[in-house]
Design a protein around this ligand. Structure first.
Ligand SMILES: Cc1ncc(COP(=O)(O)O)c(C=O)c1O
Length: 454
């Protein structure tokens, strides 16, 4: 990018912030939790409000005019999603969120005693939870490790697992396109590689698509999970599962509900399931909010996802560079950032820990409290991704097993006390509305720890 392009982009995003996200400055809030949930633009809400105020939307399971109006908008939105992801070979199923999409795969994937479910140690719990379905069918769940140094996939280990541990049939490999914790973008080459080794592939794209282009004509995972509020903030409560048309027949729906069948008999207990996306859309869709997804995607297109990606990369590089320069007077670092140094392999979020002058790590809750006191919204803890936290904090299988054996209920804080080891970290994530001023506020907060002791 040339210097004048960089200035033009800086001006463009600063103006966008002032026009579409004015509440942030009006309320003096510094929002740095975009991976938790994106912010909505003023124009998105006004456009949706206008649509609702000038139309009558009825329950779409009918042919009357108000029902038809809802159906038209739902189908136009579905078609927009498929176009947005370049996904003409896919079926789009509306869900409540990414977790809802992942649960459909858990329930419907034909696991059996010869199956392997291969997960990455960097999966969100909504993917980890699929192992309950696999294990209940007596299949085997395995985890592929990450490298401790850069939190990227350990390629050797993953290849070995795919080569030697695949079951005889119905094997599923599930991984995140981007870690919701470290921000590492995992290489999408693994989709094709896993498929060649006999795995179907579930791509968790929830943390990836807000700041990266996902082109499903270039990569062909069998299943993709997405939450729309993570891309453009509004509406909440709508996500989707994209299913490759050729893999669709493999999924077995374990029950039926209103809207998912073409015919049901009570006398003979027979039923015919609907053929396409309807099969997995239980009950009434969120038809008043689904049109706001179309509006949201058009909003993102009006800016350009590649432009957003470049902006986010430049913001994160700035943040990381500034934080890495912070030292106590004894020369020790105040902040340690986890993950790769190369920002081509990162999305919109960073995790880090903070150290006092004696190299003692600040408990993550304390960092969140310090930030909250200055109206800075960040996230801390393990972010529903325990695998990466166990790697970062060098927690062993033996230690964890000991803890689980010692109790029949527990939680994160109890485990920290039991192990006598710190867990968790602080996550900062940036997005469309972030300005350098937001980042400076956070850098100032980190700087305020200089020479302090816990
Ligand atoms: C990578 C990833 N997968 C899945 C989810 C679950 O998304 P949701 O809570 O919208 O269902 C999240 C949420 O943070 C996520 O970051």
């Amino acid at each position: 990018m040339t210097n004048s392009q960089a200035i033009a982009d800086e001006n463009f995003f600063n103006e966008l912030r002032a026009k579409e996200y004015e509440t942030l400055d009006a309320q003096q809030q510094t929002y740095l939790d975009y991976t938790g949930g994106n912010l909505y633009a003023r124009s998105q809400v006004l456009q949706h409000q206008d649509l609702l105020l000038h139309n009558i939307f009825g329950n779409p399971h009918s042919t009357n005019p108000t029902s038809q109006k809802s159906t038209d908008w739902v189908e136009a939105t579905r078609s927009k999603i498929l176009t947005y992801f370049n996904a003409s070979d896919y079926i789009c199923v509306f869900t409540q969120n990414a977790s809802g999409a992942l649960k459909i795969i858990g329930e419907s994937y034909p696991f059996n005693e010869k199956s392997t479910l291969l997960l990455l140690s960097d999966n969100h719990n909504s993917v980890n939870g699929i192992r309950e379905y696999c294990n209940s069918k007596k299949g085997h769940t395995l985890y592929a490790p990450l490298n401790y140094e850069d939190l990227q996939i350990n390629e050797e280990a993953l290849k070995n697992l795919m080569e030697n541990k695949a079951g005889e049939n119905n094997n599923l490999f599930a991984f995140p396109a981007q870690s919701n914790v470290s921000g590492v973008k995992h290489d999408l080459k693994w989709i094709d590689y896993a498929q060649q080794k006999g795995f179907d592939v579930l791509l968790d794209a929830a943390a990836f698509v807000p700041t990266s282009r996902l082109d499903l004509s270039a990569h062909h995972p069998d299943f993709v999970a997405v939450s729309f509020y993570k891309i453009f903030g509004y509406p909440t409560g709508v996500g989707c599962l994209l299913i490759k048309k050729s893999t669709f027949p493999k999924l077995t729906k374990p029950w039926f509900a209103g809207g998912t069948v073409t015919l049901v008999s009570v006398v003979s207990q027979q039923r015919f399931l609907s053929a396409g996306h309807e099969r997995f859309e239980d009950g009434t869709l969120n038809y008043n909010n689904i049109p706001a997804v179309k509006i949201g995607l058009e909003y993102i297109e009006s800016i350009g996802i590649d432009r957003i990606a470049a902006r986010v990369k430049s913001l994160l590089q700035y943040l990381a560079t500034e934080l890495k320069q912070l030292h106590h007077d004894n020369g020790h670092h105040i902040v340690k950032i986890f993950g790769p140094d190369n920002f081509d392999h990162r999305g919109g979020n960073l995790i880090m820990n903070f150290f006092d002058v004696n190299d003692k790590v600040y408990p993550f809750e304390q960092m969140e409290d310090l930030a909250s006191a200055q109206s800075i919204s960040i996230r801390s803890g393990c972010f529903c991704n325990p695998g990466i936290d166990e790697i970062n904090n060098c927690i062993t299988n033996e230690e964890i097993s000991k803890y689980f054996m010692s109790r029949d209920k527990g939680d994160y804080h109890d485990m920290i006390t039991f192990l006598g080891k710190m867990r968790g970290a602080t996550r900062v994530s940036v997005g469309i509305a972030t300005t350098r001023r937001d980042l400076d506020k956070f850098i100032e907060l980190a700087h305020s720890l200089k020479n302090r002791s816990l």
